[in-house]
Design a protein around this ligand. Structure first.
Ligand SMILES: [Mg+2]
Length: 400
């Protein structure tokens, strides 16, 4: 059981690249999304129990995962072999503080390494998610139970996609609502529209098509200046948006705060923020209403729960970003179910093979809801033959 240390025997990461069939591809500001790429991690304990994790550093096919995968295999794996697998949060903190982790542990504050954001934290995310999965399997408990219990057996989901033109966006979102019975849907806007006016036309068409009772969420991928975002909010002022997501770059938190003061539309953001410290800064700036940590980016389940506590303490809400493979997706489900500020789940309606084909389980929205897995750990069974068929790189450390 979990009261005795269980040494980590092996950590293996792979860059997994899955082509998306042409009819399921979409085009947006990240270009034509022709594949789904991610770094998938497997941690094996000395008794043979395995945990699965995931790290992200780019959406869709917008980036390669060679460096992130090598970081995990070449640098992080050697640090973890022999450490106690049953202490995910302890090991996440150790990786964050590096060679000074013993000072951090003894003195009660962080001693971060120089590379304390970006891929370093994404890599910690993968390790942390895998170790929570492993802990759950060891204790025969789902992750949400380890986190204190789930508030519901299922949570509302929103249908996420919405790339069509002004002429076609109505039918596209209408189809989402019809298929999944979603109470909320999300569409993308941005430079691919050609102008802010065209983005507004698409949003107005979407609202007309779905009627007043379905929540309409809009994601700008950080593509506006403050001045543009204000004009956009004015143009769609009668659309009753549920939120405007990433109106400005995450690097312009003061601008987001000024927009939040200006508009009645709630602001959502956070999918490319790292650690509780970035989320604290976003909250302190007054920049956000809905926090969207991505568990394969922000630092994993350990950090996700800390971010959730920050959100709750400021009477804000949390809707995890769930555009990842099955390990990152289910990690987000577990913290949303276990946190008192998680209230809605993103459900991708784009090409998403690493959610649907990488695992044996099915994640299907029914009546607008997603079931929270009640199997041990994350509640997923990785299809290792499928994974191996799509591996691009993943050399273990030299000498191991
Ligand atoms: Mg987004």
């Amino acid at each position: 059981m979990g009261n005795r240390p269980l040494p980590i025997a092996n950590l293996q990461a792979w860059w997994v690249h899955v082509p998306i069939p042409e009819r399921q591809q979409h085009f947006g500001d990240f270009g034509q999304v022709s594949s789904f790429d991610s770094t998938i991690v497997r941690v094996t304990a000395e008794n043979g129990v395995v945990g699965w994790g995931e790290a992200k550093n780019a959406p869709g096919s917008a980036g390669t995962y060679a460096a992130l995968t090598a970081l995990l295999n070449q640098e992080i794996a050697p640090k973890l072999i022999g450490k106690n697998a049953l202490a995910p949060s302890v090991l996440a903190d150790e990786l964050y503080s590096g060679v000074r982790a013993h000072f951090a542990s003894a003195r009660g504050f962080v001693f971060p390494e120089m590379s304390r954001r970006g891929m370093s934290v994404a890599a910690i995310s993968a390790v942390d998610i895998a170790l929570w999965d492993l802990l759950g399997k060891t204790l025969d408990a789902p992750v949400w139970q380890l986190l204190g219990g789930r508030r519901a057996e299922r949570l509302p989901a929103y249908g996420s996609g919405g790339w069509a033109s002004a002429a076609d966006i109505g039918p596209e979102l209408r189809d989402y609502v019809d298929r999944g019975k979603f109470g909320a849907v999300k569409m993308r806007i941005g430079p691919m529209d050609g102008s802010m006016q065209e983005s507004a036309r698409r949003v107005i068409a979407a609202r007309e098509a779905i009627g007043p009772d379905v929540e309409l969420l809009v994601d700008a991928h950080g593509a506006f200046t403050l001045a543009e975002a204000k004009r956009f909010c004015h143009l769609v002022r009668d659309c009753d948006l549920g939120w405007l997501e990433e109106p400005l770059s995450g690097d312009d938190k003061p601008g987001m705060a000024r927009l939040r003061e200006f508009t009645h539309v709630p602001i959502a953001a956070g999918e490319s923020e790292y650690t509780r410290f970035d989320f604290r800064d976003m909250i302190d700036a007054g920049a956000v209403d809905v926090l969207q940590p991505d568990l394969a980016v922000c630092g994993g389940i350990t950090e996700g729960m800390r971010i959730a506590a920050l959100a709750s303490a400021h009477n804000l809400r949390m809707a995890p970003h769930l555009w990842s493979g099955a390990p990152g997706f289910t990690a987000g489900m577990h913290i949303a179910a276990a946190s008192n500020c998680g209230y809605i789940l993103e459900y991708s309606l784009g090409g998403h093979p690493m959610l649907h084909d990488l695992v044996e389980e099915e994640f299907v929205a029914r009546d607008g809801y997603l079931d929270i897995p009640d199997r041990p750990g994350l509640g997923i069974t990785i299809r290792e033959d499928y994974l191996q068929a799509h591996v691009v790189s993943g050399e273990p450390a030299v000498g191991r």
